[in-house]
Design a protein around this ligand. Structure first.
Ligand code: ZN
Ligand code: FE
Length: 256
């Protein structure tokens, strides 16, 4: 059974590593820099066989060249987007990835919104979702519309509840602060916030979270449950896309 690790990188990124001690092989997702990956590989005595990229932002792909310099045989998976170079195999909606070592299979889900070509990888009970779904939040809309992002989040929310959400940043506490302004009485959210606070005090990641935990506490997955009156800037009777758009805008302007 491959072991999952969140390697802290840059300011608040996580590079996800799935390492299989038996085969001595590892894959990483969204290596924003090479250094933390190289030291984790050295530590575990594994070699890198695959790199999975979710979108073109430098904090998710910046370490690719450095990793390939050391492990030129590693296969690089990425969305159909010329802004990402050094790619072995471009993947899109419904494509399946079967890796021999570490032994793992993933299906690609296209999740436009944060960027136009953002993809997520789902398999092995894991979801690598980059900057689309965050613990208690979602990514900013740099290239997509609110309707696109909401449709992408709806698809991720429909995955099995016990799927581990492996997202690109440590944003849980900041997201919780905003979420509590929208749903101050959500008991699941309050517990998540307390747990996250304790983990961060100990210097530990608050991730992965679980899909069912996100459904219960992430306001961006709860636009059907949250009244428009609770969302700053949402008109009374606003439909779910308009409520989502207002929620995302309110978060953009939320301090922190
Ligand atoms: Zn990004
Ligand atoms: Fe990012």
């Amino acid at each position: 059974m491959p072991q999952l690790r969140a390697l802290p990188a840059l300011r608040d990124n996580y590079i996800w590593m799935l390492a299989d001690a038996a085969s001595g092989c590892a894959l990483v997702v969204d290596p924003g820099e090479a250094r933390p990956v190289l030291s984790a590989l050295a530590q575990s005595g594994c070699r890198l066989t695959a790199i999975l990229l979710t979108h073109h932002h430098p904090d998710h792909i910046g370490g690719t060249a450095g990793l390939l310099a050391r492990f030129p045989e590693a296969v690089v998976f990425a969305p159909h987007d010329e802004r990402i170079g050094l790619v072995t195999r471009r993947v899109g909606e419904g494509d399946r990835i079967a890796l021999a070592a570490p032994s793992a299979q993933f299906e690609v889900i296209e999740v436009p919104g944060h960027t136009r070509t953002h993809i997520a990888y789902h398999g092995e009970g894991l979801l690598f979702c980059g900057d689309t779904l965050f613990s208690l939040g979602c990514g900013r809309l740099f290239e997509g519309t609110p309707a696109q992002m909401l449709a992408s989040l709806d698809r991720l929310a429909a995955l099995p509840g016990n799927t581990q959400v492996c997202c690109g940043h440590e944003y849980t506490l900041a997201n919780a602060a905003f979420a509590l302004t929208v749903e101050p009485d959500n008991a699941v959210l309050r517990t998540r916030e307390e747990t996250a606070r304790a983990l961060r005090r100990s210097g530990l990641p608050t991730l992965p979270s679980l899909i069912d935990g996100e459904r219960a506490a992430n306001p961006f997955l709860r636009v059907d449950a949250i009244a428009a009156a609770r969302i700053p800037g949402a008109a009374e009777g606003a439909d779910r896309v308009a409520r989502f758009a207002a929620l995302r805008l309110a978060k953009d302007h939320f301090p922190g």
